[in-house]
Design a protein around this ligand. Structure first.
Ligand code: HEM
Ligand SMILES: [Cu+2]
Length: 585
């Protein structure tokens, strides 16, 4: 790079390199990579909690009369006849859903990957607002603490479902839950504040801190997906925050926004919640799609098919996601004439997503496909997500939904979308970027074992859930044996639970791999996958400040095919690349 450019960059991005203390380095760090790992750590810990809760629920659904092994200590008021009571089951459902969506999917897919990758992918030294970034992770940690405390307060944890519908959630009298639910609301409010700060940072960084030559339409799709997700989150969360404040007022101050007795309307909450809730599922989905897109392109050794088309389709889906919310409310008592328009918009939204899926398949088409562990997880995400998308069309059609609403068909549907994106997509990203994050490679064979076990037991657990649902089993019931008409389905419930236990045990190879590779894995070079986005031109792991020199970009990551065998390959013909040096000479 010419001295003039270097001087200009130094002027625009002042950056002091002092030697930080332990605390500044690992705990109160403003480095986006450290913050990413903090989010990752918290998210993985919560995943363990959410997974154990899933295990407890599934045990209860298979063998309701037998206390959950390993969890016989469940507090007395929640137990009856030596087995789990409905109150405790409800709390498990509520917290499992809340944890998985807000404390696993959001921190891992959005915050951890976004924080780690956005500055690296745009060739920046750090986020635009590093201190705000640190604040956001600490507010998230506080939210985690509040949620954790909410388990142990008198009256027990929140138990009105992850959607917190009033009137159940609006008065202590209805659930017996006092501060548990208040703290649950507080934890969500803190979480939203944290992710708003994150979203501001992501957008500003991606738009303003791009390396010279990296135009908007040369940005990796992962960055685009994160930007669109940030916008969706910012635009949708406002009404929910207002709604949550009103709910707290109903609980604490005696107002009746949601209580018909006082002239309120419980449906108001459903509108506010789902106006946020549907875009929210895309906030989780889009970073997952971004991860899959990057990986599929690299391991097909082809440019992404229809790069701009994918961006436009995603923006269209994002806009549509604001006018579909009432598909969650077909049988809630809304005006039946509203069902039709909301059905139509819902089914319409599958068009842009189908476009993205076809673009992924077209990227694979005639590619030179390398079935590495990240690629397997990316393909697994794609395959299972399609199943979730297809069952979504059933749910979105009002006449069908009247029959399947609130059954296990819906539980199966949203786990196919959420599990594939959060867990399979999250693993794809982790296996792929682990060398960049930690400077070492994960063990490939162990990774493949982990993949195959996970994919087999996930499907073996969740495919039968569709049948149980169509058979009439409702969600959020604590003891299926209490209903005579459900007894013929019980063997299926047992099958599901056994599969879930095996699915959870299948994560052990990953834990072993992760810990072992951190200390003893093969040292990673800069660009072990021969990828073409900018993060791979930084050292593994990147030092504080990321790049030795500010990268200058001459072409976008998908503007040509990736040679599979060129050893001196470095991304995007950037300044550090020998190819670029040769071209300049
Ligand atoms: C090991 C994997 C998982 C298993 C076995 C599992 C199991 C369950 C079960 C048994 C329920 C309660 C169903 C009911 O009684 O209504 C449930 C609800 C739910 N799960 Fe999962 N789950 C898993 C992973 C996930 C993931 C990864 C996510 C999201 C990222 C997720 C999100 C939810 C949500 C939002 C609910 C609804 C809670 C509610 O009804 O309020 N789950 N899950
Ligand atoms: Cu929706």
């Amino acid at each position: 790079m010419s001295d003039a450019v270097q001087a200009k960059v130094a002027e625009v991005v002042p950056h002091v390199h002092e030697e930080p203390s332990f605390w500044r380095r690992y705990v109160f760090s403003t480095d986006h990579k450290v913050i990413a790992k903090q989010y990752l750590t918290l998210g993985l810990l919560w995943a363990l909690a959410g997974g154990l809760m899933a295990y407890m629920m599934r045990w209860q659904l298979a063998w309701p009369e037998t206390p959950v092994p390993l969890f016989r200590w469940v507090p007395e008021p929640f137990m009856y006849d030596g087995a789990m009571g409905p109150e405790f089951y409800n709390a498990l459902v509520t917290l499992h859903g809340t944890i998985m969506v807000f404390f696993v999917a959001m921190p891992v897919l959005l915050a951890a990957f976004g924080n780690f990758l956005i500055p690296l992918m745009v060739g920046a030294q750090d986020m635009a607002f590093p201190r705000l970034n640190m604040l956001s992770v600490w507010v998230f940690a506080l939210a985690s603490l509040v949620l954790f405390v909410s388990f142990f307060v008198p009256g027990g944890a929140a138990s009105a479902g992850w959607t917190g519908y009033p009137p159940l959630s609006a008065r202590v009298e209805y659930t017996g839950v006092g501060w548990g639910l208040n703290l649950w609301l507080l934890a969500l409010a803190l979480e939203f504040a944290s992710f708003l700060m994150g979203g501001i940072n992501f957008l500003t960084t991606a738009i303003n801190l791009r390396a010279p030559g990296l135009s908007m339409f040369r940005l990796p799709l992962f960055v685009w997906m994160q930007m669109i997700a940030a916008v969706l989150f910012m635009l949708s969360v406002g009404p929910l925050i207002a709604g949550a404040i009103m709910l707290l007022m109903d609980r604490l101050l005696g107002t009746t926004f949601y209580l018909p007795a006082g002239g309120g309307d419980p449906l108001l909450w459903q509108h506010l919640f789902w106006f946020f809730g549907h875009p929210e599922v895309y906030v989780i989905l889009l970073p997952g799609l971004g991860i899959v897109l990057e990986i599929i392109a690299v391991f097909s050794r082809k440019p992404v098919f229809a790069y701009r088309g994918i961006i436009y389709a995603t923006i269209i889906a994002g806009i549509l996601s604001f006018i579909v919310w009432a598909h969650h409310q077909f049988i809630s008592g809304i005006d039946p004439r509203l069902a039709m328009p909301f059905s139509v918009t819902t089914i319409l939204i599958s068009v842009p997503f189908a476009f993205v899926i076809f673009a992924m398949i077209a990227t694979l088409w005639k590619g030179s496909i390398h079935l590495t562990t990240p690629m397997l997880f990316a393909l697994g995400t794609l395959a299972n997500f399609i199943l979730g998308g297809v069952t979504g069309i059933f749910n979105g059609s009002a006449p069908v939904d009247i029959y399947i609403h609130d059954t296990y068909f819906v539980v199966a549907h949203f786990h196919y979308t959420l599990f594939s994106i959060t867990v399979l997509g999250g693993f794809a990203g982790l296996y792929y970027w682990f060398p960049k994050m930690f400077g070492r490679l994960l063990h490939e064979t162990l990774g493949k074992v982990h993949f195959w076990l996970t994919i087999v037991f996930f499907n073996s657990a969740f495919i039968p859930m569709h049948f149980v649902g169509v058979g009439g089993m409702m969600r959020r019931i604590a003891n299926p044996l209490q209903y005579e008409f459900l007894q013929p389905l019980q063997p299926l419930n047992v099958w599901i639970t056994v599969s879930v236990i095996l699915l959870l045990l299948s994560q052990i190879p990953f834990v072993v791999n992760f810990v072992w590779s951190l200390v003893a894995g093969v040292q990673a070079e800069r660009n072990p996958w021969r990828a073409n986005t900018l993060e791979w031109s930084a050292p593994s792991p990147p030092p504080h400040g990321n790049f030795e020199t500010v990268p200058v970009v001459y072409r976008g990551p998908y503007e040509y095919s990736l040679p599979g065998s060129v050893q001196d390959w470095l991304p995007q013909d950037c300044e550090a690349s020998p190819r670029a040096a040769a071209a300049r000479a």
